[in-house]
Design a protein around this ligand. Structure first.
Ligand code: C2E
Ligand code: CA
Ligand code: CA
Length: 468
C-alpha cells in the first residue's frame, strides 16, 4: 500500500473508533447504571421528542410516574445492596412488560416513569401495579414493598412535557398522601389545585418586595419564674385578599421556588428592626430566627448572615439561629463551618424540632450547639405518659451535663409547665404563655410583663420582683 493510502486507511479506522467511543459515552451518559434503563436527563428530552411526534400525528401520550412504597424500610432493614438488587428487579420487570413503543426510565431513587401511547391508561396503570406488587425474593426473604402510580395524558391534561410531569407528580402525591387506591389520574380537582397554587406562587413573588411578609413574635420564658427572656421570630404573610397566612401555606412553596432565602432575609431585617430596641432596653436577652435548610446549603450563608447582622442594631450575642437536624446531618462538615463562624461572633445556635426525626445524637453532640428545642410532640405527652416524662427528664439531664440550654416548645397546659420546671428545663415557649403576635402586641406584652407575673409562678418569688 502506498504511504498516503496507508495513512488514509489508518485515519479512517481511527475516526470509526472515535465515533463508536463517542456513541458509547453518549449511551452511558443516558443510561442509569443500576437498572440499565434510560436516566432522568435522557427521559426529559425523550418525553419532549415523543410529544412533538404525537402532536404531528394527532396522537395521545400517557405518562405514568411510579414510586415504590416502603422502599426506605427495605433499604434500612436489609441493607443498600438488597435495595439495589430490588431496584434492578423492578427495572427488569418494567422493561420486560413494556408494550411496543413504550419508554421506561428510572428517574432516581425508587422513582420510575413509563411513556406510553396505550389507548387505555387506566388498564395500563392497573397492570403496572399488579406487576410491581408481585413479591420478589432477596437473600431468601420475600419482599413486596408495593407501588403508587400517578398518570397524566397529553394533550388532554397538559400541553407540554414540563406540565405533563408536574401533573403526573401531583396525581402521584395524592395517592401517596390519601391512601386507598394505589393509582390516580390527573383530574378536575387537581387542575383547580394547580391553578390555586400557580396564582399563589406569582402572588408570593410579588409579596416579598411589596413588604407583605412580616415578622411575628412568640415569647420565650424563663422556666423558673415565667419572666420573658426572649422571642422567636415567625414569618406571616399578610395576603391582600386571603388575610393572614401561616408559614405552612407558603414556606414549603417558597423552598420549592427558591424564594425562601429572600423570605428569611426579609423576616430577619424586619424582625431585627423591631426587636433590637427591646434588647437595648433590657426587656429581653435573645431573639431567635428560623433558617431554611435550603439557605444553609449555600457555603456563604454564615458570612452573608454576619454581614446582614452588622447592618442592624442587634448585638450578635443576642441572636440565636434555629436550625433543624435534617440539615445538620446532611452535610456535617458544612454545618460545622457555618456554626463555628457564627459562634465566633457570639451568635448562638439552636437545634430546632428535637425529637421529631431520627436524631443521631452522637453526630449532633459533636457539633458546637448551645441550645436544643424540644419538639411539641414530646411536650404534649409529658404530663400524661410516664415514659415520655422519663425520656424528657433524661434529655434534660444529659443537656445539663453538656452545658446545653433546653427550650421546651408547644407548652399548652399548666401541668406540662410544672413538670418541665421541676425537671430542670431552662426555657419554655407555647400557647400556655402566649401565642405568636405582631410587633405592637409584643411590645405591649413586654411592657406589661414589667409589672405582672404569670399566675403559674405567683407562688415563686419572681427574680424581677426580688430585685425591685
Ligand atoms: P417552628 O420553628 O417549630 O415554630 C414553632 C411553631 O409552633 C410556630 O408555628 C408556632 O406558632 C407554633 N406554636 C408555638 N407554641 C405552640 C403551642 O403551644 N401549640 C401549638 N399547637 N403550636 C405552637 P408557625 O408560626 O405556624 O410556624 C411553623 C413553622 O414554619 C416553624 O416551625 C418554622 O419551621 C417555619 N417558619 C416560621 N417562620 C419562618 C421563617 O421566617 N423562615 C423559615 N425558613 N421558616 C419559618
Ligand atoms: Ca423554630
Ligand atoms: Ca420547632
Amino acid at each position: 500500500m502506498p504511504d498516503s493510502a496507508h495513512t488514509l486507511a489508518h485515519l479512517a479506522a481511527r475516526v470509526a473508533e472515535l465515533e463508536s467511543e463517542r456513541e458509547l459515552t453518549l449511551r452511558l451518559a443516558q443510561t442509569d447504571s443500576l437498572t440499565g434503563l434510560v436516566n432522568r436527563g435522557a427521559f426529559t428530552s425523550a418525553l419532549c421528542e415523543r410529544l412533538e411526534a404525537a402532536r404531528q400525528a394527532g396522537e395521545r401520550v400517557a405518562l405514568f410516574v411510579v414510586d415504590l412504597d416502603r422502599f426506605k424500610h427495605l433499604n434500612d432493614t436489609l441493607g443498600h445492596h438488597a435495595g439495589d438488587l430490588f431496584l434492578a428487579e423492578i427495572g427488569e420487570r418494567l422493561r420486560r412488560d413494556a408494550l411496543p413503543g413504550e419508554l421506561v426510565a428510572r428517574l432516581g431513587g425508587d422513582e420510575f416513569a413509563v411513556i406510553s401511547n396505550c389507548p387505555e391508561p387506566a388498564h395500563r396503570a392497573q397492570r403496572l401495579l399488579e406487576l410491581l406488587t408481585q413479591p420478589h425474593s432477596i437473600y431468601g426473604r420475600q419482599v413486596s414493598p408495593g407501588a403508587s402510580i400517578g398518570v397524566a395524558v397529553y394533550p388532554d391534561d397538559a400541553p407540554d412535557g414540563g406540565d405533563l410531569q408536574r401533573f403526573a407528580d401531583m396525581a402521584l402525591y395524592r395517592v401517596k398522601t390519601q391512601g386507598g387506591r394505589r393509582w390516580s389520574a390527573f383530574d378536575a380537582d387537581l387542575r383547580a389545585e394547580n391553578t390555586r397554587r400557580r396564582t399563589l406562587e406569582s402572588e408570593l413573588r410579588r409579596a416579598i418586595p411589596a413588604g407583605e411578609i412580616e415578622p411575628w413574635f412568640q415569647p420565650v420564658v424563663d422556666a423558673r419564674d415565667g419572666r420573658i427572656t426572649g422571642v422567636e421570630v415567625l414569618a406571616r404573610w399578610r395576603h391582600p385578599e386571603q388575610g393572614l397566612l401561616s408559614p405552612a401555606t407558603f414556606v414549603p412553596m417558597a423552598e420549592e421556588l427558591g424564594l425562601i432565602g429572600r423570605i428569611d432575609e426579609a423576616v430577619f431585617e424586619a424582625g431585627c428592626a423591631c426587636a433590637a430596641p427591646w434588647v437595648e432596653a433590657g426587656l429581653i436577652e435573645a431573639v431567635a430566627f428560623n433558617v431554611s435548610p435550603r439557605d444553609l446549603l449555600d457555603p456563604a450563608f454564615s458570612r452573608k448572615l454576619i454581614g446582614r447582622l452588622g447592618k442592624t442594631k442587634l448585638p450578635a450575642t443576642a441572636l440565636t439561629v434555629e436550625i433543624t437536624e435534617t440539615f445538620l446531618l446532611q452535610d456535617l462538615a458544612l454545618s460545622r463551618r457555618h456554626i463555628e463562624r457564627l459562634n465566633a461572633k457570639g451568635v448562638r445556635i439552636a437545634l430546632d424540632d428535637f425529637g421529631t426525626g431520627y436524631s443521631n445524637l452522637r453526630a449532633l453532640m459533636h457539633l458546637p450547639i448551645q441550645t436544643v428545642k424540644l419538639d411539641r410532640s414530646l411536650i404534649c405527652d409529658v404530663a400524661k405518659d410516664g415514659r415520655v416524662a422519663k425520656l424528657v427528664a433524661s434529655v434534660l439531664h444529659a443537656a445539663r451535663a453538656l452545658d446545653i440550654r433546653i427550650v421546651a416548645e408547644g407548652v399548652e397546659e399548666e401541668a406540662q409547665a410544672i413538670f418541665l420546671r421541676h425537671a430542670g428545663c431552662d426555657r419554655m415557649q407555647g400557647y400556655f404563655f402566649a401565642r405568636p403576635m405582631p410587633a405592637a402586641d409584643m411590645e405591649a406584652a413586654l411592657a406589661a410583663s414589667q409589672v405582672e407575673t404569670p399566675h403559674l409562678f405567683e407562688a415563686q418569688p419572681a427574680r424581677r420582683r426580688a430585685r425591685a
